[in-house]
Design a binder for this molecule. Sequence first.
Ligand SMILES: C[S@@+](CC[C@H](N)C(=O)[O-])C[C@H]1O[C@@H](n2cnc3c(N)ncnc32)[C@H](O)[C@@H]1O
Length: 219
Amino acid sequence: MFKRVMFKRIEHTEEAISGAENVAEYGERHKRDTDQKYRPLIKTIKAQSISGRYLEVGAGLGTLAVTISKEIDDVADVEITAIDLSPDMAKAGREYIKESGLKEKVRYFVCDASDESEIDKLGKFDLVYSAFSLHHWRDPERIFKNLVNCIDENGILYLYDLKRVWWLYLLPINGGYINSIRAAYLPSEVGAFLKKCGITKYETRTHFPYFMQSIIAKK
Ligand SMILES: C[S@@+](CC[C@H](N)C(=O)[O-])C[C@H]1O[C@@H](n2cnc3c(N)ncnc32)[C@H](O)[C@@H]1O
C-alpha cells in the first residue's frame, strides 16, 4: 500500500517549455548527453528504414530531427515535419535546422498535438515518433488518438520516453530530471492509451539506465 501511494504518477508542472531563458537552459543540459540519450531511438528508426513522411512530436530544439534526417539519408528518402507546442522551442529549432542546411528536408511548426484540427492539417505520416515529450502531455489520451489517426496504413508510432520507477521515490531528492521520471508512465499505462485507440500490436522495451522506455506500435 505504502509503495503504491508513493509510486503514484505526479503530473509535470509544465507542458510546454517556454521562455527564451528556459529554452537556453534546456539547450545547455541537452548538449551534454544528446548522443548517448538518443542512440537506441536512432538505431531503431534506422533499422526500420522507412521512406516517406515522418512526424516528430515535441521536437524541442530540433537536434533529433536533424540527426535523424542525416543518419537515415543512406537507407531511406525522408521528409520530417517537426512540431512543438512552444513557440520559443520552435524558434530555436528552426534556427538550428537552417544552420544545419536542412530546410528542404525538415520543416518545423508550432502545433499542439492535442488539437485534432491542427494535426489533421499536417496530413498522413509513415512514421510518427516522439522523444522525452510524452510525460509532459496534459491530455495524453487525446494526443494518442490524434497521432494514431495521422499514421498511414502500415505506418508506425514510436515513442521514446522516461519510465516511472518505484526506487526513485526512495531518494530524498526532487527537481529537474527526478520530477520528470515521476511524471512518466509505466509501460502498462502506455499500453492502455494505445488500446483505447484500437491498437493491439505494440511492443515496449526498457532501456539502460532502466528509467527509459520505448514503445513501437503498428496500426
Ligand atoms: C522535455 S522536452 C523534449 C524535447 C525534445 N524532444 C528532446 O528530446 O530534447 C518536451 C517537449 O514537448 C513539448 N510538448 C509538450 N506538450 C506538447 C503538445 N501537446 N504538443 C506538442 N509539443 C508538446 C514541449 O514544449 C517540449 O519542447
